[in-house]
Design a protein around this ligand. Structure first.
Ligand SMILES: *Cc1c(COP(=O)(O)O)cnc(C)c1O
Length: 458
């Protein structure tokens, strides 16, 4: 290293010095010290490396600015609360169903001390894990029994592994789908050591295809709800009822990966009819698997309901220990299921968002625009989606606050990087903030963010 460069590097501020800079010091109110130190070290290292080429180092103030920017950016990419103005109600990237505060308070009370997750207090020994939640779910769904695991992918894997036992699982080629990132039905089936017997074609599968495929080597029939796509045109698929009749005749179980898991009639809220969990059971499914954080409106969980002897078979499988539900999730899910048992499921946040009528949204949009005076905003009629692998091609009429701007991509990015991040969607050159997924108590923050971001742009 040459003399001159050495001298330049000697002038570089130390980590300690930088930590004392007011702008950096104030970060420590919001971020753990170790993360700030880590960012500073990385930035100093980068400066040292670059100095070989440029034979110079940036001044202290620009280093400080760099540190603040870096730390803030990392925060934006970690689990911070955001304003979801995308209009997608169950957005997998934003944690799917928002949870009721009251539920979280109860969970906090329950889990901050010790909690009886699997003890039989009467006998004073180990009991069934989460027995009461299982009973409640069974009651809410009209099922003989229920089981809960970490997520629906795990629920499906468990059902396939426990039942198939190296025999064949019959599934339609039209249902060998990928759901979101990483859940590919054929891969899950193979992971489970399950032998896949594909039948029919992508667009057409008939009951005869199933009949022909069932032999003494068949363990089960497996059906997957087309949760995030629709095959339209020249299509045919076999209904749950038809499949259930065949399964019964052949003395094999029918397992249905329902995906979303609506607990009541979605038509009540202007949506297309979606097979509910209890309807799937009534139609003759032996087991139904669904997610806890989709239309159920709860936390991440995989719920399996159905016939008692099958649920018991699953409960005894060694895989269950690996995918078992956590006590916090159990506390949350219990309160969510209680809401359904109380007939108050539609008061859960997901359903509040779905139920909000367009007039209410229109009023809020007008009000937001009025409060953002001098900023060119418009109300726009638009369409929200359910998302999260629920109800494909199904939209709800909605209202957005719309911004016309030359570079909407750049503008959208600036909103995403503000605090709290506001995520909208771009439609035909406009940046839309769809109010269906914005909670009314967030309107004020939206006004402030729009005002700040747009004032700087003038
Ligand atoms: C969403 C979905 C899954 C995956 O559920 P997770 O709870 O995200 O693991 C599986 N199958 C179907 C049909 C789905 O819609």
């Amino acid at each position: 290293m040459n003399e001159e460069l050495n001298k330049i590097l000697r002038d570089l501020p130390s980590v300690e010095e930088l930590l004392e800079e007011p702008a950096v010091a104030s970060l420590s109110f919001r971020f753990p010290r170790a993360s700030i130190v880590d960012s500073i070290r990385k930035i100093l290292q980068e400066i040292r490396e670059e100095s070989f080429l440029s034979a110079s180092v940036p001044d202290k103030m620009s280093i400080v600015e760099n540190i603040v920017r870096r730390v803030e950016k990392e925060r934006a990419n970690s689990g911070v609360p955001i304003i979801n103005a995308t209009g997608t109600i169950l957005h997998t990237n934003y944690g799917r169903a928002p949870l009721p505060k009251r539920t979280l308070k109860k969970a906090a009370e329950r889990c901050s001390g010790y909690v009886n997750v699997e003890s039989d207090l009467e006998k004073g020994e180990r009991g069934d894990r989460m027995k009461s939640l299982r009973k409640k779910i069974a009651l809410a769904c009209g099922a003989e029994d229920a089981l809960v695991v970490n997520n629906n992918s795990a629920a499906v894997l468990l059902a396939l592994m426990a039942i198939s036992n190296h025999k064949e699982t019959v599934v339609s080629r039209g249902e060998l789908v990928q759901i979101g990132g990483g859940f590919r039905v054929p891969e899950i089936i193979e992971q489970g050591g399950v032998i896949l017997k594909e039948i029919g074609t992508t667009n057409q599968t008939y009951i005869e295809d199933y009949e022909k495929a069932v032999t003494e080597k068949t363990a089960m029939l497996f059906k997957v709800a087309p949760s995030n796509f629709e095959i339209v045109g020249f299509t045919h698929s076999v209904s749950v009822k038809e499949l259930a009749a065949l399964a019964q005749e052949k003395h094999i179980p029918l397992v249905f990966d329902l995906g979303s898991g609506a607990m009541f009639d979605t038509e009540r809220f202007g949506l297309r009819h979606e097979l509910t969990v209890s309807e799937a059971l009534k139609d003759g499914c032996d087991l139904v698997c669904f997610s806890g954080d989709k239309l159920l409106g709860g936390c991440q969980a995989g719920i399996i309901v159905g016939r008692k002897e099958l649920i018991e078979l699953l409960a005894k499988h060694p895989l269950l220990r690996i995918i078992r539900q956590d006590k916090i999730a159990e506390a949350i899910l219990t309160d969510i299921i209680d809401s359904y048992l109380d007939g108050k499921g539609e008061e859960l946040p997901v359903w509040e968002l779905i139920r909000t009528n367009v007039e209410t949204l229109k009023k809020r949009a007008d009000d937001i625009i009025k409060r953002c005076s001098d900023i060119p905003l418009y109300t726009a009629e638009c369409a929200s989606v359910i998302g999260g692998g629920s109800m494909p091609n199904q939209t709800l009429p909605s209202v957005a606050v719309s911004i016309k701007y030359d570079d909407t991509d750049e503008l959208a990015k600036e909103f995403r990087l503000s605090y709290p991040p506001v995520v909208g969607r771009i439609e035909k050159g406009h940046l839309l903030f769809d109010l269906r997924t914005v909670f009314p108590e967030q309107d004020e923050i939206l006004v402030q963010t729009i005002t700040t971001v747009m004032k700087e742009r003038k």
